[in-house]
Design a protein around this ligand. Structure first.
Ligand code: FES
Length: 503
């Protein structure tokens, strides 16, 4: 994995892994933007808080984004008004606008050196047919009090038919921001890295068990792991995973566009400028694919690189990685108690707009624990039972997952004749068992069970990050089988391959 952030700065502080048992008021699982926002606010609210991060602070979902701090979430508000009504749409808009202010407040108050800059956010369409939808979105956004306007003038090196412009938005380096927030929290709170949670028991108190056997007891558990790693609420079945190829490369400063951009075209492109060591970079996301769908990911990554070359003259992409997120069934994230009265709190389904949604979620979860009024908590309520406004799409996604369960259990996913080049991986059927086999740069083969440890779908190879990704609910595993992201909490099992000729 060769992700871009952090773009500058010295070595990041590291935190110990949890060795002994702990007792606190709140345990937060996950040190991304949701977890650390919630943890810092809870600490300020007088709670004893421990944060348990399975890997490193801020380098998972938050650190894989383009790091736009914006309430401009694509063609969102017209649909939210139509599907859920203006009051709910207005709450979603206000919560995300407030998140921009909250991030800026933390940056200033804690003097976090994270390249925070105000920028306009644009959503543009290149074809004239895209204009009516853009104009309707501007009209919807203005009704909700958002800082929107329609424009045909964009600082881009290619013609566009029209665009939405949101003013007062911002961008930053998400990892340096979270490193700063973590440092502030850790002055009084307890923060542990490389501490994977394997079990959560809800109760009075709740009990959280880690891979090393250490336990934490707490009154509340905030599960801030992008998709909850606890089965409570079955959120893996209420939000479906999707992914984007990501790329960053040096751009001529004279061709670097001023602002943050996203297109309505298919495949969509999302990009913004960053400066690193005196050089100017463009950081970009490409089209959407299903995790584990290897060929689709590769094609979209190539398409993104062609776009960067043709539009901005970027000859060499220096960083390539993928980002994954989850789309909720009715267009609104799930934030709050996992079930009515539960001491487990969750946040998921940010639809790739996790910087502001994640900050809003952290604040809502903190208010729920502290017993403070939060006027936006109701719209994000994780226990809601609303008709799936995402209707046909959500149904299609669930049918696809069901299809994966059936197909993956009955048939091999790949022919056992496939040969692997270094850096490649594929699923083979060997003596009736599906094996996820990859070849590293030195030509060594690594074999794992291809059966996802969450609920048993077959994983697919991600050649950009060199990971095994599950198409069903988005779990990801490193080449050695260890968990990169949930909902899975246990590794893919290792397998031995018979030496060549030993058949
Ligand atoms: Fe659920 Fe793989 S993530 S089966």
């Amino acid at each position: 994995m060769n992700q871009y952030w952090p773009s500058a700065g010295g070595p990041a502080p590291t935190y110990p892994s949890l060795q002994g048992d702990l007792q606190v008021d709140v345990v937060v699982i996950g040190a991304g933007i949701v977890g650390l926002t919630a943890a810092e606010l809870l600490r300020r609210g007088g709670k004893r808080v421990a944060v348990l991060e399975a890997l490193r602070v801020g380098r998972q979902a938050t650190g894989k984004s383009t790091a736009k701090i914006t309430s401009q979430h694509g063609l969102t508000y017209r649909k939210l008004i139509d599907d859920l009504g203006e009051p709910r749409a207005a709450d979603y808009a206000a919560a995300n606008q407030a998140a921009i202010r909250r991030i800026e407040g933390f940056v200033k108050e804690l003097a976090i050196d994270c390249a925070f800059e105000h920028k306009a956010a644009y959503l543009y369409g290149r074809a004239e047919e895209s204009v009516p939808a853009l104009e309707a979105e501007v009209e919807a956004a203005l009704r909700l009090g958002l800082p929107a306007s329609f424009t045909r003038e964009l600082p881009l090196p290619f013609p566009v038919a029209g665009a939405i412009r949101f003013d007062g938005q911002a961008q930053f380096d998400p990892v340096r921001y979270l490193d700063g927030l973590a440092a502030a929290f850790a002055r009084e709170g307890q923060l542990f890295e490389n501490t994977r949670v394997t079990k959560v028991e809800s109760g009075e108190p709740c009990r959280v068990e880690t891979e090393s056997g250490a336990t934490v007891t707490a009154d509340h558990v905030v599960v801030a792991t992008q998709i909850p790693t606890v089965p409570d609420g079955m959120f893996f079945a209420k939000a479906y995973p999707f992914a984007h190829p990501m790329a960053a490369g040096r751009v001529d400063p004279a061709r670097a566009p001023d602002g943050m951009f996203k297109s309505t075209d298919e495949p969509s492109h999302s990009f913004r400028v960053d400066r690193r060591n005196g050089e100017t970079y463009l950081v970009a996301a490409g089209g959407t694919y299903k995790p584990g769908h290897t060929e689709e990911a590769t094609e979209l990554a190539e398409e993104l690189e062609r776009f960067l070359q043709e539009a901005f003259g970027i000859e060499e992409v220096a960083y390539r990685w993928t980002s994954e997120d989850f789309s909720p069934m009715d267009g609104l994230p799930f934030v709050g108690r996992a079930s009515s009265g539960s001491p487990l709190l969750v946040a998921t389904g940010f639809k790739a707009w996790g910087i502001t949604n994640g900050t809003a979620a952290g604040a809502i979860l903190s208010d729920l624990v502290l017993g403070c009024e939060n006027s936006w908590a109701a719209v994000f309520d994780a226990t809601r039972l609303r008709p799936a406004a995402g209707g046909p799409t959500f149904l299609k996604e669930n049918l696809e997952v069901a299809g994966h369960f059936v197909k993956d259990r009955l048939f091999g996913s790949r022919s056992s004749e496939v040969e692997l080049a270094p850096g490649q991986g594929a699923v083979f059927e060997v003596e009736g068992e599906k094996l996820a086999v990859s070849k590293d740069a030195d030509g060594r083969l690594h074999a794992l069970s291809a059966i996802c440890s969450h609920l048993g779908c077959v994983v697919g190879w991600n050649s950009i990050d060199r990971s095994w990704d599950c198409p069903c609910h988005g779990s990801r595993f490193l080449e050695d089988g260890s968990v990169l992201t949930g909902p899975a909490t246990t590794a893919l099992e290792r397998r031995e391959l018979a030496p060549p000729g030993d058949e």
